[in-house]
Design a protein around this ligand. Sequence first.
Ligand code: ADP
Length: 241
Amino acid sequence: MSISVRQMVKRFGRTEVLRGIDLTVEKGELVALLGPSGSGKTTLLKILAGLEWPDSGALEVEGQDWLKLEAQQRRTGFVFQHYALFPHMTVRDNLAFGLTVRPKAERPSKAQIADKVAELLEFLQITPLADRFPAALSGGQRQRVALGRALAIEPKLLLLDEPFGALDASIRRDLRRWLRQVHEATGSTTILVTHDQEEAAELADRVVVMGEGRIEQIGSVDHLHDYPANPFVARFTGATV
Ligand code: ADP
C-alpha cells in the first residue's frame, strides 16, 4: 500500500509550477522533498493535503483515488512552519480539535477523545504543558504540539512543510531527533518539505530533489551524494562536480 502520484501538472495562470510529477511513496516511509524556493514543493504538498487541485494527473493513496475526496475525508495531518495553533485553546484542546471535527461516522466519543489526548501528551512528552495556552509555550514546544495535533487523527499521510524552519539551530537538531523517534514509533507515511540538506539527510529514507516543477532525482542521501544525476542535484546534496 503506497501513495502514487502520476504525471501531475499544476499551473498558476500561465506558469507551470508542477511539470509532470511521478512519485511513489511506500507505506511507513519518510520522504524528504528537497529543493530551492519556488521549485514546487509546497504546491505538491498542498495537493496531497487537498488544499489545492492539480490541472491534470492522478493521486492514489492505499488504492483510493484521493482527488475525488475532500480535504476532510483524506485523513491527512499537516504541520506548516507558520501554521499556528489555535491561540484561544489550551494544548489539550488543540490536540483534541482534529478529532472533534472528523466526519460523523468516524468521530470518537468525548471519553475516547480525552483518552486519546492523554495518550498523545504522554507519548510526545508534553503532559506538563497540557493546560497551557500557546502564548505560554516556546517555539519548539509549539511545534511539538502542532505535530501532536497532526498525529491525533492517526493520519494515513503526515505532511510537514519546513516544520522547524523558524527555530534556532540547536532546537531544530533536538526536534529532528525527536521527530525521527516519533516517526519510528508511529510508522506514519511522511512527506517532509525542506531546503536543508542536513535535515533531509538525518530524517529521510529517500530524498526527492526538485527543481522548477520537476523531479531531478530520487534516492537515498548517500546515493544522491555519490551519484548525482546532474550539477543541480550535486549542489543540493553537497557533492562537488
Ligand atoms: P516551494 O515550496 O518549492 O518554495 P511553491 O510550491 O511554494 O515552491 O511555489 C512554486 C511556484 O508557484 C512559485 O513560483 C510560486 O510563486 C508559485 N505559486 C505558489 N502558490 C501560488 C498561488 N497560489 N498563486 C500563484 N502562484 C503561486
